[in-house]
Design a binder for this molecule. Structure first.
Ligand code: ADP
Length: 926
């Protein structure tokens, strides 16, 4: 018993208390055994079921003590002590009394027909168990003391019904209940009736084992039924003693239940080292049922159910159910090393106490207290545990040291990416500001550009350069706000949002979070993910970010957010407002060559386990790959193709070495005896071995096979000529449909989320007749582009009228304008000038200048307005081997800012009105 005190005050005090005991000698064993338990229980082993204390045998007769689950539910507050109980297998008999080292005994059990009724707020007292309670009411306490002195140390212990208990302040709960229970100020009969209604009528005859101050230790002896109330102050009742119904010990059914309870109980017991060697085989049927119920984590109603059940078979069945549940719970709760779940939580709270914000710490402590109280309610326990697990696992106050070394950052960025000098410069500026300010928070970087240009990998590099942890959160198509802000705990399977998950996984409060594809955020009726993201990223709001699951505010202001998007126009306005956009618009052939040679080939080679000297991909092959297979703005596809090549090379190398080391012709794969599938089945290690032996690297090969290998191994060469063997026929459709555009066809430049591309505007004439002039448009054009076509038609007609007033082509011809690749929807005003040129070419039956492309919006009066995507369009034009480009005058600066290699070899004209385009397109010498 005093062992509990030991837990409360630290172990050593328990010994002091033990010495105060009359039968201290008999408890020495208890203390010794407790040594193992103590360290674990201190933080609350209340969820290790069952935590137990065992007393070894004493010279007279062994006595069992058990600290069942309820026992462990303590809270360092005296009130909670009332919930703990111990167990003795022999509760109902004179024999026990004489042998007990602790309980002062009075054998006249049968005579106890009038007893003080003690209401129990938390649990019924199951016979065989000890239960400490606190009684502060001096009258009741005095009456209890008096009855011990009278050699009749018995009371009735009755579970209080739900709703009858009160909240207490400084008073003990039992005491409060006693006070209420007495129900002063009402007519006697009514009062007594009410009192009896508040408690369960079946209770326990409890022996007062000891009284220490206000703490009274009860020991359950036998079942009682209240007959009537005889006095209220202190509450006293007349009782019947209940006896179990007779049963046939040898009945097969009851025996089967007994055996099943025993075997299930053993499962429960063995989960705790202190119970492991306990033999329960000699328990009687009744005691086994009581013991099982008492040590299971059953709630008070379940325990009361067992208490009132006098049919032993039914009682065993009830217990079996409870014990089985306990086995399930143990499976969940018990960790490998045996430390309890709540101990884990306690350690997390205590070790981080100084760093956890006050408001969070308060919630943690409250929830932790709840966790302890909830051990008898399984589902709620798991919910609370899950919540606390999340709350305590977050990296409160844990930062990674941020590195603002600009030179190092530059080195890292260069290491990871070729070119992108303007992007890198912007990032270095950002780091430099961070250095001066001492922190890099407060800014959201948005990397925008077509797929595969390195947005994600740049994000990763920034994290590396700043020494921050990296976390990627793809929000493309995300429509559930709960994904970001977490689900309220009331939902089944509720989880915290991604931000909390991120903090948990990175373990620092200042990671770099890459929010990928922010332009593809979905929408949903339950809330707007964009505004949830705004709450996350906005430096004004995110210091107090509220996750619905955690329900406490967390500080995201230390997080550095980097977003990626293909099209910034699609980013919700309020988000875009707070971002610093950095454009990555794609690579020209020259850049792709460098990236392929210096980065992609090297990494792929390494990833495939191939040594650089084993393979040679020529520049011509790479160039052909870039120009004929991977024309898109980014390099992801290029990377895939290179990987394809290297995988094939790996196979070739393996075949060379795997089959016969004297294969000399690398292209002669047919001579290989192993089939593809056979090679696939080989383990990587084997392949590596073979590769090594093929190159003569391993010592083994040097000794055994060097002679053969060295002279037979041949480097795999990949050139333009055999490229198709590795990557198949060129998949890329020639963007240039016409070598020389015919009359009525002009090349325009478009800008898509995939980067820039060239597109043709075709016009042809359908029929002629006076007044038949009109326009038919096809090619999946959007409204803006359709309007743009009509404007172009009008402007062209006007120009024609000015230049050749007698030319009535537009007045009398029905025209058809089409933009090829009809399956692709297109929109935007920037093809205006291209359309006019196309109409005029048709009207004048004159070809436009060769290798010319143009872009620009046109007004009705023929003025040219600026367009977007100059860089992308320039790249696309170069890719299509265009020599002359016409851009709006207002875009001159955009073009001039481009890197020199991009501008190289291009003749660019900037125009502000259509007249100039007319000259460039039609007044030329072929
Ligand atoms: P995005 O996020 O823009 O779609 P990724 O970041 O996934 O593209 O890049 C695709 C691949 O291309 C990555 O393996 C990346 O390392 C590589 N890559 C892109 N740009 C470069 C570059 N400038 N230098 C080296 N590798 C690059």
């Amino acid at each position: 018993l005093l062992f509990l005190e030991g837990f409360k005050n630290g172990f050593d005090t328990s010994l002091v208390h033990l010495r105060r005991l009359p039968s201290y000698y008999g408890l020495l064993h208890l203390r010794r055994q407790s040594l193992t338990l103590n360290s674990r229980v201190f933080y609350g082993a209340r969820h290790v079921t069952p935590a137990a204390i065992r007393v070894g045998s004493n010279p007279v007769q062994s006595l069992l003590f058990r600290a069942p689950t309820q026992l462990t539910g303590w809270n360092r507050s005296s009130r909670e002590l009332g919930r703990r109980v111990y167990f003795s297998a022999r509760s109902d008999g004179v024999d026990l009394l004489s042998s007990s080292p602790i309980v002062s005994t009075n054998p006249n059990l049968e005579d106890c027909l009038t007893v003080i009724a003690l209401p129990l707020p938390h649990k019924p007292l199951i016979p065989g168990f000890y239960m400490p309670i606190y009684v502060k009411d001096p009258k009741v306490l005095a009456a209890l003391q008096e009855s011990t002195r009278q050699q009749a140390p018995y009371v009735g212990a009755f579970l209080l019904k739900d709703g009858a208990s009160t909240d207490s302040s400084s008073r003990s709960e039992t005491d409060n209940v006693v006070e209420k229970f007495k129900g002063k100020g009402k007519p006697k009969k009514k009062r007594r009736k009410e009192l009896l209604n508040r408690i369960y009528q079946v209770g326990t005859l409890a022996q007062i084992s000891s009284i220490q101050g206000e703490q009274v230790i009860l020991f359950g002896r036998r079942r009682l039924l209240i007959k009537e109330m005889v006095s209220e102050d202190p509450p006293t009742v007349n009782v019947y003693h209940l006896k179990d119904k007779p049963y046939d010990k040898d009945n097969a059914v009851i025996k089967a239940s007994y055996v099943e309870v025993i075997s299930t109980l053993r499962d429960v017991l063995k989960t705790n080292s202190l119970w492991r060697d306990q033999d329960i085989g000699d328990f009687s049927y009744q005691h086994l049922a009581d013991f099982g119920a008492g040590i299971s984590g059953a709630n008070k109603h379940q325990n009361q159910g067992v208490l009132k059940e006098l049919d032993v078979h039914k009682r065993l069945e009830l217990t079996l159910e409870l014990v089985k549940k306990q086995v399930e719970i143990n499976k969940i709760k018990e960790t490998d090393d045996g430390s309890s779940l709540s101990a884990k939580i306690r350690v997390r709270i205590d070790t981080n106490r100084d760093k956890i914000p006050k408001h969070v710490l308060k919630v943690m402590e409250e929830e932790f207290t709840k966790l302890e109280m909830l051990e008898d309610n399984y589902s709620d326990f798991d919910l609370t545990y899950n919540y606390l697990d999340w709350l305590t696992v977050l990296p409160w106050g844990n930062f990674s040291y941020e590195n603002f070394d600009v030179l190092r950052a530059k080195k890292i960025l260069d290491e990871d990416h070729y070119g992108l000098s303007d992007v890198k410069e912007r990032i270095l500026e950002f780091i430099a500001v961070g250095r001066l300010r001492g922190t890099s928070q407060g800014k959201i970087i948005c990397l925008s550009g077509p797929p595969g240009v390195g947005k994600t990998s740049i994000g990763r590099s920034i994290a590396r350069a700043l020494d921050r942890k990296f976390f990627r959160f793809a929000v493309g198509g995300l429509s559930d706000v709960g994904e970001i802000k977490g689900h309220c705990q009331t939902y089944v399977g509720a989880m915290p949002g991604k931000m909390v998950q991120c903090l948990k996984s990175v373990g620092t409060e200042n990671p770099l979070i890459l929010i990928d594809e922010i332009d593809k955020l979905g929408r949903c009726h339950t809330g707007d993910p964009a505004s949830a993201l705004l709450e996350v990223m906005d430096p004004e709001q995110n210091a107090n970010f509220l996750d619905h699951f955690l329900n406490v505010t967390i500080d995201l202001s230390k997080v550095l957010f980097v977003c990626t998007a293909n099209v910034i126009e699609m980013i919700p306005g309020p988000l875009l407002d707070r971002m610093e956009v950095i454009d990555l618009s794609g690579y020209v052939t020259d850049e792709k060559m460098h990236i392929a040679r210096d980065y992609l080939v090297k990494t792929t080679c390494r990833d495939c386990g191939i040594k650089p000297e084993q393979v040679d991909v020529s520049d011509a092959a790479l160039l052909s790959l870039i120009e004929n297979y991977c024309r898109e703005a980014g390099v992801r596809n290029l990377q895939k193709q290179i990987e394809k090549i290297y995988r094939k090379v790996a196979l070739e190398l393996v075949r060379q070495g795997a089959v016969s080391l004297d294969v000399t012709d690398t292209k002669d794969t047919k001579s290989s005896a192993k089939t593809d599938s056979e090679v696939k089945r080989m383990k990587l290690a084997d392949i590596m071995k073979i590769l090594e032996s093929a190159t003569g690297d391993s010592t083994e090969s040097k000794t055994k096979q060097s002679g053969v290998v060295a002279k037979t191994f041949k480097k795999v060469m990949i050139d333009e000529s055999n490229l198709a063997d590795y990557v198949g026929k060129p998949v890329f459709q020639e963007e240039k449909i016409y070598e020389q555009t015919p009359v009525g066809v002009v090349m325009g430049l478009a800008w898509t989320s995939m980067g820039g591309s060239t597109l043709y505007i075709e016009t042809t004439f359908v029929e002629e007749g006076e007044g038949k002039g009109g326009l038919h448009i096809t090619g999946q054009l959007g409204d803006v582009m359709k309007e743009s076509a009509e404007i172009a038609h009008t402007v062209a007609r006007k120009i024609m009228f000015e230049k050749e007033p007698e030319n009535l082509f537009f007045a009398n011809s029905k025209l058809h304008l089409h933009v090829p690749e009809g399956a692709t929807p297109k929109d935007g005003p920037s093809a205006g000038c291209t359309m006019i040129t196309s109409f005029l070419s048709l009207a004048m039956k004159k070809l436009v200048r060769k290798d010319l492309a143009m872009t620009g919006e046109v007004t009705l009066t023929g003025r040219i307005l600026p367009i977007g995507g100059v860089k992308e369009k320039t790249i696309a034009a170069k890719r299509s081997r265009i020599k002359t480009i016409i851009f709006p005058e207002a875009n001159r600066r955009d073009f001039e800012e481009l890197a020199e290699n991009m501008k190289e070899g291009l003749e660019v004209h900037f125009v502000d009105e259509y007249e100039k385009i007319f000259d460039l397109a039609f007044n030329y010498d072929h």
